[in-house]
Design a binder for this molecule. Structure first.
Ligand code: PAF
Length: 290
């Protein structure tokens, strides 16, 4: 069945009225559209959590830096609806900017992401996470979900959304879903759309680097970072922003146990990010910037 397409808050309230009256769980998948198989896995996870699945499609202007081309972001609502229909999504909420930012996109109240918002992605994209958290808080206030599903590919985003929900007592259960990869290991992303076939080949080095790091996890942090860095250094046409090994909350990596290896690099004019989980044998946090 086709999902209900709702374009404003009144329509959203009408569509959600029966589940609100019945206090049924509502699972929300916030997206910026350009939906692909990575989003499909989020929708499938949402289906297991909510009686109603809402996918929001909203290209959020406040999370783009002035240097990042907001108008270039892929938009194809027809194709997004098609995919949502195949996944039996109940409601697609695709509001205009004015419905989400009635006060305008500058000068209103925003959410400060705290110190975690200025490391890694935040160091290269100042104000990005302020925009992400602000829009996610607004979407949660509009949809009022019981659960919300996000991909682990944007690992820092997921960690910050968890922190926001905890610190602001937002009462939404946040569920992270593992990254979906192409057969060559490249993480699915709406940004892959911008890569030429040659650049797409170069993008594989991110996953090769993470895999090389993971292959050394038992030897500890230094071995992991050295192995991953060697792959990135040898890669042609790939400009490293950062390679970082942290704990699962993006703090210092533990000597042993669960850790995260994160990478960001530019291929042509496209910035790509990826990460993987590790189980470390020994040693401490290491971070290298390109
Ligand atoms: O990951 C995304 O697509 C966006 O950052 C999000 C969470 C929908 C907020 O605009």
């Amino acid at each position: 069945m086709e999902p209900s397409l709702v374009r404003n808050v009144d329509e959203l309230d009408d569509a959600l009225m029966p589940s609100r009256l019945a206090s049924s769980p509502v699972a929300h998948v916030p997206t910026m559209g350009g939906l692909h198989a990575g989003h499909t896995s989020l929708m499938r996870a949402a289906r297991t959590l909510g009686d109603v699945v809402v996918v929001s499609v909203f290209v959020n202007p406040t999370q783009f830096l002035p240097s990042e081309d907001l108008s270039r972001y892929p938009r194809d609502l027809e194709a997004d609806l098609e995919l949502c229909m195949r996944e039996a999504v109940d409601i697609v909420f695709a509001p205009e900017v004015a419905a989400v930012y009635p006060e305008g996109t500058v000068g209103g109240v925003t959410i400060d992401p705290g110190p975690m918002g200025s490391i890694l992605e935040g160091a290269s994209r100042p104000a990005h996470f302020r925009g992400v958290l602000t829009v996610v808080a607004k979407l949660f206030a509009l949809v009022r979900p019981s659960h919300a599903v996000f991909g682990e590919k944007d690992f820092q985003q997921l960690a910050l959304i968890r922190a926001m929900v905890r610190d602001l007592c937002a009462g939404v259960e946040i569920v992270g879903v593992p990254t979906v990869r192409d057969t060559d290991g490249v993480a699915l992303s709406s940004r892959n759309h911008f890569l030429t076939p040659e650049q797409r080949g170069r993008a594989r080095s991110l996953w090769h680097a993470l895999s090389a790091g993971k292959a050394h996890e038992a030897e500890g942090a230094d071995a992991v970072v050295t192995a991953a860095h060697a792959v990135l250094e040898a890669a042609d046409g790939l400009y490293l922003d950062y390679l970082a090994l942290t704990d699962p909350d993006l703090g210092p990596a533990p000597e042993t146990g669960e850790a995260r290896l994160l990478v960001a690099a530019r291929v042509g004019s496209t910035r790509l990010i990826d990460n993987t989980c590790l189980s470390l044998g020994r040693a401490a946090r290491v971070s290298l910037r390109g």
